[in-house]
Design a protein around this ligand. Structure first.
Ligand code: OAD
Length: 258
């Protein structure tokens, strides 16, 4: 895959690298854009083939699952097949290095693909759950999901959900759907880290889904420097924007900082 090259001045990168080196408490907030460079489609912007006529809000809800479980399950089995063959990229790896170097580091992610942990990040708060885990819609039991790798290239539009071995209710992915609560304690821990941060890196997120979208303004109000890394213009006033692919800019930032 060819990525757009970064459009960043040396001054802006130096400034960001200095802020990274000097900060005692660093937080990164990531979204689908950081995994785009691992070949995973984002939610808003990328062409998602079979699914482009659906908004994520129309598939990722309890109502959609109740109404058309086979459509929702097929969408998730496709995404799981893509994730199963994806590997962490240089952006994920650079965040592992930042965790190693910074005196305190918290990674808050909206991603459900598990690539941060696969890269080696340790202090990770997953706001939206885990794609590769099933949760029983009846008894709540959680188990690792089955993946059919063929769905990555040949997705199907409808597939009946697998059933719980204990209670036979349909399984669903252990992700947070629109209208559902975040995992217990996750938002509180993320907000605590953001309000204590000296530097917040906001990487590859459109910043439109709440409550995650409230974390950058919270950090800024609490006195943190906020640096936004995104291929598109995404930085509100007062935040430093580094425009380009995360897999290029994060490693450059790390090598300038240390
Ligand atoms: P989006 O798809 O909304 O946004 C992805 C962002 O990444 C966009 O701003 C892109 O410009 C940017 N981007 C794309 N490629 C990039 C790259 N190589 N490097 C840096 N930036 C890049 O994804 P999220 O913001 O993660 O929630 O979406 C938030 C939530 O909406 C998701 O967690 C999911 C979704 O519906 C739930 O499912 C609950």
């Amino acid at each position: 895959m060819r990525l757009p090259a970064a459009d960043v001045s040396d001054d802006a990168l130096d400034d960001a690298a200095r802020a990274l080196r000097d900060a005692r408490r660093v937080v990164a907030l990531t979204g689908a854009g950081i995994s785009a460079d691992s070949g995973l489609p984002t939610f808003r912007g990328a062409k998602n083939g079979l699914w482009q006529r659906f908004a994520p809000e129309d598939l990722a809800t309890p109502e959609a699952f109740a109404r058309e479980p086979d459509l929702v399950w097929a969408w998730y089995q496709w995404r799981r097949a893509l994730v199963a063959r994806a590997r962490p990229n240089a952006g994920h790896v650079a965040l592992v290095e930042i965790e190693r170097r910074a005196p305190a580091f918290t990674l808050v992610t909206q991603n459900v693909d598990g690539l941060h942990r696969a890269a080696g990040s340790r202090n990770v708060i997953t706001l939206h759950g885990e794609l590769m885990t099933d949760r029983c819609s009846g008894c709540g039991n959680e188990t690792p999901c089955d993946v059919d790798p063929s769905f990555a290239d040949a997705p199907v539009e409808r597939l009946d959900p697998a059933r719980c071995v204990d209670c036979a209710a349909p399984l669903r992915p252990a992700v947070v759907w629109f209208g559902e609560r975040l995992p217990a304690g996750a938002l509180e821990a993320a907000a605590e880290a953001a309000s204590a941060a000296e530097l917040l890196l906001v990487v590859g997120t459109s910043g439109v889904v709440y409550p995650a979208a409230a974390l950058a303004p919270l950090a800024q109000r609490s006195g943190a420097r906020v640096i936004v890394i995104n291929t598109d213009p995404a930085a509100p006033p007062g935040m430093l924007e580094l425009r380009g692919p995360a897999s290029e800019l994060l490693p450059r930032l790390v090598s300038l900082a240390w």
